[in-house]
Write a protein that binds this ligand. Structure first.
Ligand SMILES: Nc1nc2c(ncn2[C@@H]2O[C@H](COP(=O)(O)OP(=O)(O)OP(=O)(O)O)[C@@H](O)[C@H]2O)c(=O)[nH]1
Ligand SMILES: [Mg+2]
Length: 505
């Protein structure tokens, strides 16, 4: 019986209790859907942090509107569908299908006569393969001049006294800002608070601007990100900090042949003309006959790639002549997008099942609170039982504790414990601290060694009770690793949702 089956059964049981209550049943139905849907990953951050651009980059398509306009003020869900559709949900409960328009490759939603204030959320169904395993949720900027929009994002992500609708979050920040911290704190305290989970990653966004668009901007951004990561407060709020140049990533993933040709033209200029042209964004779009590219073409390049992207693209093409596909991939590689996607895979997607179950249990709690009655003690007990017995949930809460307060262990032990319970990724090798390509034998040796060590630590009379509890979680994680080892080929993700192989869905 997997944890998910347990949760599904508990939902079923609750539904029977509330069979005569249509409103409660509707909420239970929604929880049931949530249990079977992909992970809900929200992008949040201050106004113009680059949320929608990054969402497009992750999908490799320009569907989220990025410039000013009413739509950027509405929470928008992007989920997989065979045929495109855009549905507007009004606050008064009414739904309306919107026409789908494209403008220069971009999707444009026309809210029609509805103003953003009247819209609750927009639901976009889109046949993008990236959405098969994730639901992406774009949110309006926080701390905007319009308090109203701000309130709407915050309300959605960290609703007061309610579990969040998102399972995990990518928080974009351009520089560490007091209100960023405040937001991340409230996200931890409410959404994840009940089960104390770390489920946020911070993105240092618009990374190309950090070094003023110089070609080593990403390097500078990396240094800043590492510094932020060492900041104790931030470390307790986000699993990591990753610099990403979202605009470059978005445009690289939607690169057109004419843009590729334009960059080749720039790379082919003689050095002096090229350097003069690329000295600043202003200079780049001034009338000049040093290049065959007209002002409009240069303006278009600048808007799509930023001055950093233009410089980088030109430099790359001077060194080699890749095909346009390879060239696009080279640009993506420089943008930091791959690192982010890798992180989302390692930390969120492999834990999708358990993050969702956590959200569903919180939601179930909420139903019991909102619709109190006498015969719900069994359901309440059922929720508690799953929370206590599901090892993956205990891993998550231990991990959260490690990040927030530190574990009650010697520093080296604490670091090892955190790694074993999945703090650096959930693959067997990541948990054991081995290289990805470690041999089966090395994996088994290390797993056995750690298991013996942590059993000993847990049983030592010198170990305090709170530390012994952590040891038990670590030992259990190691036992599950050992139990999957005979079948190890490569390095499968171990999502400890009960038994191997039933984790992510
Ligand atoms: N240079 C640079 N500009 C970027 C980057 N990402 C986004 N932008 C620009 O920043 C502006 C805002 O980008 P959006 O993606 O709309 O930002 P947002 O956070 O969704 O904005 P709101 O939804 O209005 O809060 C646009 O003009 C983008 O082109 C980036 O990585 N580098
Ligand atoms: Mg936006």
């Amino acid at each position: 019986m997997s944890v998910r089956d347990d949760a599904a059964r508990l939902l079923e049981q609750t539904r029977a209790v509330y069979a005569d209550d249509a409103e409660a049943t509707a909420q239970l139905d929604a929880l049931d859907r949530r249990l079977h849907e992909p992970l809900r990953l929200a992008l949040a951050g201050m106004v113009k942090a680059g949320k929608s651009t990054l969402l497009n980059a992750m999908l490799g398509e320009r569907i989220a509107p990025t410039d000013a306009g009413e739509c950027t003020r509405v929470v928008t869900w992007y989920r997989y569908a065979d045929t495109p559709s855009v549905t507007l949900h009004r606050r008064d409960g009414e739904q309306r299908r919107l026409a789908i328009h494209r403008d220069r490759g971009r999707l444009v939603f026309e809210l029609g006569e509805a103003s953003a204030d009247e819209v609750d959320w927009i639901d976009v169904g889109w046949p993008s393969s990236g959405l098969r395993s994730l639901i992406l949720i774009d949110t309006p900027g926080i701390a905007s001049l319009s308090l109203d929009v701000s309130a709407r994002s915050t309300d959605f992500l960290v609703p007061e006294a309610k579990p969040s609708s998102a399972d995990a979050i990518i928080y974009l920040m351009r520089h560490l800002h007091a209100s960023d911290m405040k937001f991340l704190e409230s996200f931890r305290d409410t959404a994840a608070g009940a089960s104390q989970t770390v489920n946020a990653v911070a993105v240092l966004s618009r990374a190309d601007e950090i070094g003023s668009g110089r070609i080593d901007s990403i390097l500078s951004a990396n240094k800043v990100a590492r510094r932020y990561e060492l900041d104790g407060d931030l470390a307790s709020l986000a699993l990591g900090v990753i610099p990403v140049a979202g605009l470059l990533a978005e445009s690289a993933r939607t690169l057109r042949e004419d843009e590729y040709a334009a960059f080749k033209e720039l790379a082919g200029l003689d050095r002096e003309a090229r350097e003069r042209l690329l000295i600043s964004a202003d200079r780049f779009v001034r009338p000049s006959d040093a290049t065959a590219l007209g002002v409009d073409a240069r303006r278009a390049l600048l808007a799509r790639f930023g001055i950093f992207g233009v410089r980088l693209a030109t430099a790359l093409l001077r060194r080699s002549t890749p095909t346009s596909t390879d060239f696009a991939e080279m640009l993506v590689q420089q943008s930091g997008l791959n690192e982010l996607q890798q992180f989302v895979r390692d930390q969120f997607r492999t834990r999708a099942a358990i993050l969702k179950i956590r959200g569903v249990l919180d939601g179930l709690d909420q139903v019991l609170t909102d619709f109190p009655r006498d015969d719900i003690d069994d359901v309440r007990a059922g929720i508690e039982r799953i929370r206590v017995t599901a090892h993956a949930l205990r891993e998550l809460s231990t991990l959260a504790r490690a990040r927030a307060d530190g574990l009650p262990l010697a520093p080296a032990d604490a670091a090892e414990a955190e790694r074993v319970i999945g703090g650096k990724g959930t693959s067997v090798t990541a948990r054991l601290g081995l290289a990805d390509d470690a041999s089966d034998e090395a994996v088994r040796d290390e797993a056995d060694r750690l298991l013996a060590r942590w059993r000993g630590l847990g049983q030592s009379p010198l170990t305090e009770r709170s530390a012994a509890e952590v040891c038990r979680v670590v030992v259990r994680s190691l036992e599950e690793i050992v139990s999957v080892l005979p079948a190890v080929t490569g390095s499968p993700d171990v999502v400890l949702a009960g038994r191997p192989g039933q984790g992510a869905s």
